[in-house]
Structures are given as C-alpha cells and as structure tokens.
Design a protein around this ligand. Structure first.
Ligand code: CDP
Ligand code: MG
Length: 205
C-alpha cells in the first residue's frame, strides 16, 4: 500500500490520568481495536507540565486557545448561563494551564492508531469534549459525567478520559512530541487484507 493511501492515516490517542485511574485502559483500547484500526505504538508515562503545554500550545497555537475558549462560552450560552471569562483567549489560556496540571497528574497511556479516516473515526468513537453531552455509545458518553460548569467551578480541566487528535495536521505535529521514530512500528496485520485489499483472493484454499 502506498504511503499516502487512505489506510495510512495516523492519529494520537492519550488515555488521560483519570482513564488510567478508572481502570479503563483495556475497555478503551478495545473500542479502537475492534473497529479495525491498527496500533503502531504504545507507552505508559507520566508527562511533565512542560510536555503537556507543548502538546497543546505548540501544536494548536493561539488559534487553539481562541477556539477552545469559544467552545466553552457557547456551551455556557446553550445552558442559559454566563461564562465567567472576559474573552475567549483568557478562557483558552486558563484551560491550557489547567490541562497541563491534569495531564501531568499521573500515568497516562499514549498510542498511535492507523487506518482509513483514523482521526475522524477515533473522535467518533471517543465522543464530544464534554462527557455529559457526549453521545451514549461513545467512550466519554458511556464512562464518565463531567461538565464545563463543574470543571470551571473547580478551576480545573474537564475530565474526559482521553485526548484524541483533532485533525491530521494536529496528529502529525503531536506524534513526535510523544514518540521517537524508532518507537513507531511498521508492520502488516492480517486483517488489513480484508479491510483494504482490492481483491479478496487470499481466503479460499
Ligand atoms: O479533547 P478535545 O479535542 O475534545 O477538546 P479540545 O477543545 O481540544 O480541548 C482539549 C482538552 O481541554 C479537553 O479534552 C478538556 O480536557 C480540556 N478542556 C476543558 O477543560 N475545558 C474546556 N472548556 C475545553 C477543554
Ligand atoms: Mg483537541
């Protein structure tokens, strides 16, 4: 398969400290694995706050700060509440700093998953940012219950079990922060033939 074939799309997933503490590692991996995605790398580590800042800010920059702040304000509005922050950016910066504390508070599991539409597929399986409004059947919707309101009340991040790259560009910037080249494996899975080969000609004896 060529390097730019759709089956080669990659995404980064991090099971955040609450996911590890809730004993959901196996449950979470199962959901990405069973859809047909291929795991290329996996490690357990305790990220530093610096690494977490790099992960959010260096990858997303000011645009991410604004966007994350805008999303939070919209969620308040939808519930008929007023955001406690003056600007989207102020809200975004507070979120980033809280995220750095959250992500570095304990062991996490970092993984790279590959497959057709890997980024979108992983986000579909993971669910929306705020667990209480994430769809049932998604990981965040099924396994936890946090809200923007409760997180802001405690001046902390939303505990939503997982980080998943937002788009392919984000994924390709995030991956080198978490993995060196020699930690990322390149190999064939037997099921790749069923998922991606043009002909199903290897089945019959
Ligand atoms: O993780 P996802 O891509 O769904 O969301 P994001 O908008 O990229 O935000 C990254 C993370 O920041 C979220 O997963 C939350 O843990 C946290 N966050 C938060 O605590 N409060 C917000 N208003 C927005 C995000
Ligand atoms: Mg994101």
């Amino acid at each position: 398969m060529k390097k730019d074939h759709p089956s080669k799309e990659r995404t980064l997933v991090v099971i955040k400290p609450d996911g590890v503490q809730r004993s959901l590692i196996g449950e979470i991996i199962k959901r990405y694995e069973r859809v047909g995605l291929k795991m290329l790398a996996l490690k357990m580590l305790i990220p530093t706050e610096e690494m977490a800042i790099k992960h959010y800010y260096e990858v997303g920059g000011d645009a991410w700060l604004e966007e994350v702040g805008r999303k939070a304000a919209a969620s308040y509005e939808k519930k008929g509440l007023k955001s406690p922050f003056k600007t989207f950016r102020e809200n975004g910066t507070a979120i980033m700093n809280a995220n750095a504390k959250y992500l570095s508070s304990g062991p996490v599991i970092a993984m790279i998953w590959q497959g057709n539409q890997a980024v979108g597929l992983v986000r579909k399986i993971t669910g929306g940012t705020e667990p209480l409004s994430s769809d049932m059947g998604t990981i965040r919707g099924d396994f936890t219950l946090d809200t923007y309101q409760m997180a802001d009340l405690g001046q902390r991040s939303i505990r939503n079990l997982i980080h998943a790259s937002g788009n392919t560009e984000e994924a390709e910037k995030e991956i080198p922060i978490w993995f060196s080249k020699n930690e990322i494996l390149s190999y064939r899975l037997i099921q790749d033939e069923i998922l991606y080969d043009v002909n199903l000609d290897g089945i019959l004896e």
